[in-house]
Design a protein around this ligand. Structure first.
Ligand code: FMN
Length: 409
């Protein structure tokens, strides 16, 4: 049985067919998204998610609908040092076009080296820069969402990336949060700087670093950014759990496209729904349990080659997806417990085989928020970071030595 066989949706095959591309525009919600030489027919972006958006998960999402599918963030320094894990992260499948890589960097020199490496070795068609990560390991070093506060440093990193990437006509985009906290908002100014530095688009997650993943994303900030940058595409991010949410964000903010993260965890078919909605069609996926379990199995199978044949690593990885896939389905606590401790493909197949194959789509219980949430968190920053928007001498030295091998959000 394939993942598609029990899906209640009649839909076109994977990817956007030429017919869809040509025909769909009439009722389309938005025109295609243009990023330099790249045209994204369905203006939907799979948000980079560390530990999630690897080749296996991107493949599943791509099979359901069109869009731009960004990998997990890779640390510029680790990439330049050719650490095996970083080279794994930037892998793409041969049919993955465009190849989208997200870079995390805190200093312009390493940024330049990393972008040059990607360009010279022909490893990317699109580069996204991460200025949204709120995790202490990153912000403590002035990186991620802490960085746009230092406007000149931010400008220098973005301009360097654009300069190096433009040598191969590769578009650079920036992904950021609203700011550090409500008193230190950075997004309007950072958007302007990024635009003036030549980025192809800016994406905004409507939360501050302090909010982490708590509360609700502020779509009015996304609308404000859209309005302040009339001349480049602005993409909105935060709390899109369904195709209807994506349409609502477009309507409420005027964005040129949406970026979807947690909403597709355990639901790669959301990309099919998003494509349908952006083309003005009503079809939505309502997967029954056999379809969900077939998709999870396929996900696990594809993780094995991603981890170079290491089945144990693939099983460790798939465990975190179990709760997302089965959200709302009456799987039973015993099976759930066994599934999140699965050790081998054989065991996974056996456990999935024990599921009640007659369970249909549970409705609202399978929808809605999933993944990280929680409460606001203290933002860990370098000493005296907020005192000035320029780096002081100590901070400058720290930045030069700072890049850590890290994973974020
Ligand atoms: C597990 C996880 C990992 C993430 N990793 C990254 C990352 O590597 N780079 C990045 O820019 N954002 C990262 N994010 C943030 C998402 O890209 C996105 O901005 C955020 O989840 C809000 O969008 P959503 O409400 O659609 O999930 C991560 C989020 C999660 C939940």
């Amino acid at each position: 049985m394939t993942a598609e066989s029990t899906d209640t949706l009649t839909r076109e095959p994977a990817q956007q067919s030429a017919a869809t591309e040509a025909g769909a525009r009439t009722g389309a919600l938005l025109p295609p998204l243009t990023l330099g030489p790249i045209t994204v027919q369905t203006p939907v972006v799979l948000a980079p998610m560390a530990g999630i958006t690897n080749t296996a998960f991107r493949r599943l999402c791509r099979d359901y609908g069109g869009g731009l599918f960004v990998n997990e963030m890779v640390t510029a320094r680790a990439l330049v040092e050719r650490r095996p894990e970083s080279l794994r992260i930037i892998k793409h499948e041969p049919d993955e076009v465009p190849r989208s890589v997200q870079l995390y960097s805190v200093d312009p020199v390493t940024t330049g080296h990393a972008v040059r490496m990607l360009v010279d070795e022909g490893r990317a068609d699109h580069i996204d820069m991460n200025f949204g990560c709120p995790v202490p390991k990153v912000t403590r070093k002035g990186g991620g969402s802490a960085l746009p506060w230092k406007t000149r440093l931010f400008e220098s990193i973005v301009a360097t990336a654009v300069r190096e990437a433009s040598k191969a006509n590769i578009p650079v985009t920036v992904k950021m949060r609203k700011g550090i906290d409500a008193d230190h908002l950075t997004y309007i100014e950072a958007g302007r700087i990024a635009r003036d530095s030549g980025v192809a688009a800016v994406a905004l997650h409507g939360r501050t670093a302090r909010q982490h993943y708590s509360g609700q994303a502020d779509w009015s900030a996304i609308a404000a950014l859209r309005e302040s940058l009339p001349d480049i595409p602005v993409l909105g991010n935060g709390d899109i759990w369904s195709a209807e949410d994506a349409v609502a964000m477009v309507e409420q903010t005027g964005v040129d496209g949406v970026v979807v993260g947690r909403g597709c965890q355990g639901r790669p078919w959301l990309f099919g729904d998003l494509q349908a909605a952006f083309e003005g069609r009503e079809e939505r996926h309502r997967p029954d349990l056999p379809m969900v379990s077939a998709t999870l199995l396929r996900h696990a199978q594809m993780l094995i080659p991603y981890f170079d044949g290491d089945e144990r690593k693939a099983m460790q990885d798939i465990r975190k997806h179990v709760a997302w896939y089965f959200k709302g389905y009456a799987v039973g606590s015993q099976l759930r417990t066994q599934l999140v401790a699965v050790e081998s493909m054989a065991q996974l197949e056996d456990l999935l085989g024990q599921l009640d194959q007659t369970l249909s789509y549970p409705g609202a219980d399978a929808e809605g928020p999933r993944g990280r949430a929680g409460s606001p968190k203290k933002v860990h920053l370098p000493q005296d970071w907020l005192e000035s928007q320029e780096l002081n001498e100590v901070q400058r030295e720290m930045i030069q030595a700072a890049e850590v091998d890290t994973s974020g959000g």
